[in-house]
Design a protein around this ligand. Structure first.
Ligand code: C5P
Length: 222
């Protein structure tokens, strides 16, 4: 009945999901992208013209919303009320609004409950902002990934190029800084390193080096 839980938190575009996927695959854990859940709700709010500052309307919306994270051979799929929104939740509009949706305590409460259910009795690698502090406070391995904002913007820029999307490096940098600011300053479970998390500065590390550091930490627990 032993389960492994690994929590990976950190600011926007620090490489959390890339590394979390590698670690999950290697350790045969389920990868859970909690940011995708906030993004899916944000997409639905935009599509329904619901103001992202209207907490009550968002709570009502979330209570009628099914968000599923599905593993497929093409990677993780995000389903919003049975529709595939994997690509749609990465739009600039969703990205620029998601932190407002994620500020509301009642939204976070429900999302945390759903995330804890997903992690229940399964081996998981979960990434987000409040995983080590609120969602999985008893996770065996807690990682806090950071990197300079210039490096994070550069990585996102290159990732976009690889996906055939053109973007402006300075605009990416502004977007990342703005989202970090809102996520760090909010009252409800802000982005903060858990006291027992291991901080890894990935600015000058490769993806494989970061993954290796996490494997080493995971190896200590069994
Ligand atoms: O991880 P990602 O960048 O996709 O997350 C999108 C946004 O969702 C974050 O900027 C943050 O506002 C919110 N989020 C959160 N708590 C989490 C995961 C994401 O508040 N656990």
């Amino acid at each position: 009945n032993y389960t492994v839980t690994i929590a990976i938190d950190g600011p926007a575009a620090a490489g959390k999901s890339t590394v979390a996927k590698i670690v999950a695959e290697k350790l045969s854990c389920v990868y859970i992208d909690t940011g995708a859940m906030y993004r899916a709700l944000t997409l639905k709010a935009i599509n329904n013209s619901i103001n992202v500052n209207d907490e009550n309307a968002l709570v009502e919306l979330l209570s009628n919303t099914i968000i599923e994270l599905q593993q497929s051979d093409k990677g993780q799929l995000v389903l919003l009320d049975n529709q595939d929104v994997t690509a749609a939740i990465r739009s600039i509009e969703v990205t620029n609004n998601v932190s407002f949706v994620a500020q509301h305590p009642a939204i976070r409460k429900e999302m945390v409950k759903r995330q804890q259910n997903l992690a229940n009795k399964r081996d998981v690698v979960m990434d987000g902002r409040d995983i080590g502090t609120h969602v999985l406070p008893n996770a065996e391995v807690k990682i806090f990934l950071i990197a300079s904002v210039d490096e994070r913007a550069k990585r996102r820029y290159e990732e976009n190029i690889n996906n055939g999307i053109s973007s402006d490096l300075n605009e990416l940098k502004r977007e990342i800084e703005q989202r970090d600011k809102i996520d760090s300053k909010r009252e409800a479970s802000p982005l903060v390193k858990a006291s027992d998390a291991i901080e890894i500065d990935t600015t000058s590390l490769s993806i494989q080096e970061v993954a290796q550091r996490i494997f080493n930490e995971a190896a200590k627990i069994k």
